[in-house]
Design a protein around this ligand. Structure first.
Ligand code: SF4
Length: 270
């Protein structure tokens, strides 16, 4: 398997479709797309499907089934399975951990305290994601800089401190919401019925609500809390510490002298 250095490009200059195409070619199933089935992720799923190699060894698509998703999200998963000939792996939380948590704190512990909410997100999202990303070299996500102040500095590609040896790729980092909607319309991409009802950012049902058109897109998530609207999956979206190294990947880049790691964002450049 070739590394990021072999692409010989400045990632920030590539548009989303080109990023997907090159990642698919070079990394195949070593690149993992974690699809939440929001509109941004449906755009990426459509791109991945259209650039899938004939041998089927393309980007692996997974989704975190927390057990608390909207019925509309499951409907969309079914529609996506029929529209795109791509296996979609639903990743579940550890049943014993969920049982223990609910036994101790109840099914809706997230409303009781920030600590409870973070525990629920850790059990239902963060740990299953860690398991799904084991061995991956690239983690593809649908983050956009306009989604929140925490995401305003999201690079298209950066080292992910939460998953050493893995690079996080946000092909739509520089897209606006209108660009997302334009793509959906042009390519007739299926999206969640919830978007038409005012849900912009869609997560778990008990923790997501609709927002007014001019509101912060993330304000409908954990609306009863103040402060950062993140669940722990995207801690690297804020300025990150030094790049993690896994023997092989970064070493290959540096040896090849094709990339440098730009401080402070660890963006890979030519
Ligand atoms: S978003 Fe809510 S229900 Fe979903 S994992 Fe986090 S706290 Fe639990």
């Amino acid at each position: 398997m070739t590394g990021l250095a072999d692409l010989g490009v400045e990632w920030e200059r590539l548009d989303a479709e080109e990023l997907i195409r090159r990642t698919q070619q070079r990394f195949g199933p070593k690149a993992v797309f974690a699809c939440s089935f929001g509109a941004e992720d449906m755009v990426l799923l459509d791109m991945i499907a259209r650039h899938r190699p004939p041998d089927g060894e393309g980007i692996r698509v997974i989704s975190l089934d927390t057990g608390r998703l909207f019925p509309e999200t499951y409907d969309l998963i079914e529609r996506a399975r029929h529209r795109y000939a791509i296996p979609i792996q639903l990743v579940f939380p550890d049943a014993e951990e969920v049982e223990q948590m609910v036994y101790e704190k109840g099914p809706n512990l997230f409303y009781g305290s920030v600590e409870g909410r973070k525990r629920c997100c850790a059990v239902r999202k963060v740990k299953p994601l860690d398991r799904a990303l084991a061995g991956a070299e690239v983690w593809i996500v649908g983050l956009r800089r306009q989604q929140s102040t925490e995401r305003a500095v999201t690079p298209k590609v950066s080292a992910d401190p939460s998953h050493p040896g893995t690079y996080k790729m946000s092909p739509l980092a520089d897209w606006t919401w209108n660009q997302v909607l334009d793509y959906v319309k042009q390519q007739e991409v299926p999206i969640s019925d919830l978007h038409a009802r005012g849900f912009v950012s869609i997560g778990c049902a008990p923790c997501t609500r609709a927002v007014p058109p001019d509101a912060d897109p993330r304000s409908g998530r954990w609306w009863w809390e103040t402060g950062t609207k993140e669940c722990g999956l995207h801690s690297a979206a804020v300025p990150a510490p030094a790049a993690p190294e896994r023997p092989g990947l970064l070493a290959r880049m540096r040896a090849a002298r094709e990339f440098s790691v730009a401080a402070p964002r660890d963006v890979l450049v030519l």
